[in-house]
Design a protein around this ligand. Structure first.
Ligand code: SAH
Ligand code: SF4
Ligand code: F3S
Length: 438
């Protein structure tokens, strides 16, 4: 029988992209061809996100669109992986009748067996969560990447139970991966020409494997090579330690960028969200970052219109943005998720128009701050890791500096994967423009 072909489509956060690479590896080792186009696929695997209702709606729309491909090719089977699979389990196959299998994030090792059954016409659901699975021994296949920058998943799950968040229910208990396997993966990437790794977890600061904590792990990975950059995401403000900041300060190749989701600037909201810090604590952590790593950029996530949010709470969020002056922010309208503390105990009582207006005010303020921050960069020189041709023009390349800011510059004869020096000459709120200086 000819080899069967699998096509994987990924939605959601970086962890989902990292998981799709694990899935690609598991299926590749089982003799499947992993294709980067849907064309000849026998199986389409959609790795899904459940974080907000609109994420789920988008995926459902995509699943329904695939009916057209299925009517042309009746052997085509569709499976749902990831967080939506875990949240909805076999009910998803009832609601979306063209879906043949549903596989949660801790069951990917079973995929080869599941696909065999599904090919025979069965419907399958595997959604058991594990307390130990980390896929530590699986070498991910790097799909759709640039050959320069790769993700390494260092832990799975989350048990912080922020009141709005579905992740603890879709990803299960927190567990850390053996540091030896993480360092081995980083070394293998470096030897294959990669220049940057991003260590991923929902709350990397609580990484702990037999006493090895996150600062020690960061140092181990940073020491693989001074020419390989190390990034990490995401840090929970309650757990961001001075010791991590000291480790960053001691290693030039640990990137000068901390993503520190604030969620709200109001202490009343932070308490209701179960975030375990106050605005004052958060600002103290910002001061600590600036003290240890003065050239660090700071980015965040924020939610507008969480349950009971008043105008005063919203003003406190805007004030937080003015105080911290983030370089970038992911800004969201609150979306009530089933099973969460909020769904069980609170009301989604902020009308959509008000959520939208508050979100727009945050977006407008942040746009202005990002532009002002970028203007201060004009004249500065940065080491930039070249990633590829700019999206706007082939005559230009783009890359990032250690602060994770995108710089665009004239091409000359540089290659992707090379480090170059660039002087900033101009900017927008989103990009720095510059010229090569060596
Ligand atoms: N583990 C990370 C974030 C994971 S989800 C952390 O704790 O920071 C990414 C972001 O989605 C969150 O930081 C939050 O801002 C947003 N988010 C999560 N649940 C949401 C919801 N129900 N509605 C709107 N935004 C949400
Ligand atoms: Fe969700 Fe909170 Fe865990 Fe982040 S820390 S994944 S927001 S529960
Ligand atoms: Fe979405 Fe799951 Fe990530 S809900 S944000 S894909 S952990």
């Amino acid at each position: 029988m000819a080899e069967k072909t699998v096509y994987i489509e990924t939605y959601g956060c970086q962890m989902n992209f990292a998981d799709s690479e694990v899935v690609g590896s598991i299926l590749g080792n089982a003799g499947y061809t992993v294709s980067d186009t849907i064309g000849e696929a026998d199986f389409v695997l959609i790795n899904t996100c459940a974080i907000r209702d609109n994420a789920e709606q988008r995926i459902r729309k995509r699943v329904r669109e695939l009916k057209a491909s299925q009517s042309r090719r009746p052997q085509l089977r569709i499976g749902i992986l990831g967080c939506m699979a875990e949240r909805l389990q076999s009910q998803l196959m009832v609601e979306e009748e063209n879906v043949s299998f549903v596989v949660g994030p801790d069951s990917y090792r079973k995929l080869p067996e599941i696909l065999q059954q599904v090919a025979k016409g069965r419907k399958m659901a595997e959604t058991e969560l594990s307390t130990t699975e980390t896929y530590a021994d699986i070498e991910p296949v790097r799909m759709g990447g640039n050959g320069i920058s790769a993700y390494i998943s260092i832990m799975r799950g989350c048990q912080n139970y922020c009141a709005y968040c579905v992740v603890p229910y879709t990803r299960g208990r927190e567990r850390s991966r053996d540091p030896e396997t993480i360092v081995a993966e980083a070394k293998a990437l470096y030897h294959n020409g990669y220049k940057e790794v991003t260590l991923l977890g929902q709350n990397v600061n609580s990484y702990n494997f037999n006493g090895v904590g996150f600062p020690e792990l960061m140092a181990m990975v940073a020491e693989v090579s001074p020419r390989m950059r190390v990034r990490f995401a995401t840090s929970h403000p309650k757990d961001l330690s001075d010791s991590l900041l000291q480790t960053m300060a001691a290693h030039d190749n640990i990137c000068r960028c901390v993503h520190l989701p604030v969620q709200s600037g109001s202490n009343r909201m932070l308490k209701l969200m179960n975030r375990h810090y106050t605005a004052e604590w958060y600002l103290d952590r910002i001061d600590a970052i600036k003290r240890y790593v003065p050239d660090c950029s700071i980015t965040t996530d924020v939610i507008a219109g969480f349950c009971t949010e008043t105008e005063e709470d919203h003003q406190a969020t805007l004030e937080m943005f003015r105080r911290v002056r983030y370089d970038y922010a992911y800004m969201f309208k609150f979306s009530m998720r089933p099973d969460t503390y909020a769904a069980k105990h609170l009301q989604d009582d902020i009308p959509d128009e008000i959520k939208t207006r508050r979100l727009e005010e945050i977006i407008a303020l942040q746009g202005q701050i990002a532009l002002e921050n970028n203007r201060l960069e004009i004249g500065k020189e940065y080491e930039v890791l070249v990633e590829g041709p700019s999206h706007r023009s082939d005559a230009q390349y783009f890359g990032r500096n250690s602060q994770n800011k995108v710089l665009v510059f004239d091409r000359h004869d540089v290659q992707p994967g090379q480090y170059v020096k660039v002087r900033v000459t101009d900017c927008t709120a989103a990009t720095l423009k510059g010229e090569l200086i060596q």
